[in-house]
Design a protein around this ligand. Structure first.
Ligand code: SF4
Ligand code: SF4
Length: 530
């Protein structure tokens, strides 16, 4: 028997779980693979041929698969979150902070100093890490790698290998398995392979990840993007039309039928990484009321910024002469204001009750957008909008929202703030889908509150920081804009209280202030029948 002092009161197993020898060897193999990538990064004199890259990536994949097999296949099926608050990496310990800092530095270099990764400047050949990926890029599209290719390859690999780990962890849960298969497929095919093959078919086409929908794909309406699509012939035009159809037809229909989960947990790459590589960090999301308040202001502010910025971008390349092109600046402004006002009025007329207290905030948001659009129209000049060069406005959005928020903070800080910081606080796509999910969707999580034992597992593992237990205790449906429908709250519930469902709109939002569960008061029934 161990003589070690245990300060925990747990009778089960107070110590943090140590790694077995097999798991340590698996981690070692993965670290050797990573080390080869680090050697390349620091321009060590290593061969940049395909087999070195294959060895490095192969070792990482092998190490992760072996580790996952050892952790999960040696135990019975079921939730295995044991010891998450005892491991340094998943409890904001030293390893967690170190990982967060390294990831953040990687993002800073990737976005702002790509030459440090080895990207050749002005047509010079690549060196370092980027050169290591040249053979793979040549194989797929016949061109040298860029920093984005390296990032895409590593990102896809992370979703695939950690997706495998997730598969094993949740192998008792069909919903989680199918959902994970879906994000792995969309990342590999739509985000990584298809754009490379599209380049081979037509090198004039701008990079286009078919599943990245505006406003997440904030550069879709940039002049270089529009010009690229239009100059690429019929296929370019079809892709552009698909981009618009995705925004106005595909997204609303699917969100109406299934909630925002169809995108955030089944298709999106950001969600894909959060659900797979980010799974060990989901309990780190803040559950504070203040975080919920911050989330609502921040995500909708980014949405307003994103809408105005996109309108400004389109506005900046339109002319004033209807004889040159029918869509002039003033017609565009009128149509945009008309469209936004129509949407706002329809929601206020038919969804006022569901808005509740937020109707005031929605009105403020609408007024801000319309005011900004009018200011833009009446103060804008040929190349200045809001008294700033229009290209600078666009760059500021790309820098602060697209790079710093979504990349550096959103992913770099997984081990500190949890895996969905970007999806929860910053993604304008999540904001639009969330509005629709709350007001116009069949999706809800039903709660069989009478069964709830208030263990709090659901709230702990909700990556979006939703206090699921508070709803379960009241037997109230969970209809929250931020819920990405990952289903983990339902998976970890030991009592089968929570169920993700799609049904009619009537009675979907059923708030109750009283902690009743949904137990039936038998005396009420008896009295009613008398
Ligand atoms: S409430 Fe449940 S399904 Fe929704 S995001 Fe949280 S854990 Fe996922
Ligand atoms: S709903 Fe389930 S997981 Fe959540 S507190 Fe109740 S019993 Fe625990």
């Amino acid at each position: 028997m161990s003589n070690k002092l245990n300060y925990s009161m747990s009778l089960a197993k107070p110590d943090a779980k140590d790694f077995s020898l097999k798991q340590k060897v698996a981690i070692g193999i993965g670290i050797i693979g990573l080390f080869i990538l680090v050697l390349a990064l620091f321009n060590a004199d290593i061969n940049h041929s395909g087999w070195v890259l294959t060895t490095a990536l192969g070792l990482i994949v092998l190490g992760t698969i072996w580790f996952s097999n050892s952790v999960y296949l040696s135990e019975s099926k079921g939730i295995k979150n044991d010891g998450v608050w005892f491991k340094s990496i998943s409890s904001r310990g030293l390893i967690g902070w170190a990982t967060g800092i390294v990831l953040t530095l990687f993002y800073i270099v990737l976005y702002f100093y790509p030459h440090l990764l080895g990207l050749g400047k002005d047509g010079a050949p690549n060196t370092g890490l980027v050169a290591l990926f040249d053979p793979l890029s040549q194989l797929l599209s016949g061109r040298p790698a860029s920093q984005w290719f390296v990032y895409g390859a590593l990102y896809t690999m992370a979703i695939l290998v950690f997706g495998y780990k997730f598969f094993l962890k949740y192998r008792h849960n069909r919903y989680e398995q199918i959902r994970t298969g879906s994000v792995m497929f969309f990342q590999l095919a739509f985000a990584f392979l298809i754009p490379e093959f599209m380049y081979v078919m037509n090198s004039d086409l701008p990079y286009y990840d078919l599943k990245s929908i505006w406003p997440l794909n904030y550069y879709l309406f940039d002049s270089w993007s529009i010009k690229g699509f239009l100059s690429a012939g019929t296929i370019g035009l079809i892709l552009l039309i698909f981009g618009v159809v995705s925004i106005f037809i595909i997204t609303p229909i699917l969100t109406y039928k299934y909630g925002k989960r169809w995108y955030c947990s089944w298709v999106c790459g950001c969600g894909g990484l959060a659900e797979t590589a980010g799974d060990p960090f989901r309990h780190l999301s803040s559950k504070k009321l203040s975080s919920w308040k911050l989330e609502r202001w921040l995500i909708h502010a980014v949405l307003v910024f994103s809408v105005v910025m996109t309108m400004a971008t389109i506005y900046s390349f339109l002319g004033n002469n209807p004889d040159s092109y029918w869509l002039t600046k003033s017609l565009f402004i009128k149509l945009s204001i008309g469209f936004l006002s129509l949407i706002f009025l329809l929601f206020m007329l038919f969804k006022r009750k569901e808005f509740g207290k937020d109707a005031k905030n929605a009105s403020i948001g609408y007024a801000v957008v319309i005011s900004l659009v009018l200011i833009m129209h009446f103060t804008g000049t040929t190349d200045q909008i809001f008294f700033i060069k229009s290209s600078s406005l666009r760059s500021a959005y790309g820098l602060y929202i697209g790079s710093i928020f979504s990349g550096v903070i959103g992913t770099g800080f997984y081990p500190i703030f949890g895996s969905r910081v970007w999806c929860r606080f910053g993604c304008p796509m999540a904001a639009i889908l969330g509005l629709q999910q709350r007001l116009l969707s069949k999706f809800r999580i039903t709660t069989n509150g009478g069964q709830c034992i208030s263990c709090g597992n659901c709230s702990t593992y909700c990556e979006m920081g939703i206090d699921v237990r508070a709803y379960a205790q009241k037997g109230e449906n969970i209809v929250r804009s931020s819920c990405v429908g990952c289903g983990i709250c339902s998976a970890v519930c030991p009592r089968g209280v929570l169920k993700l469902e799609n049904d009619g709109l009537k009675g979907r939002i059923n708030p109750t202030e009283i902690l009743l569960g949904n137990d039936v008061n038998l005396m009420d029934l008896v009295n009613q029948n008398n």
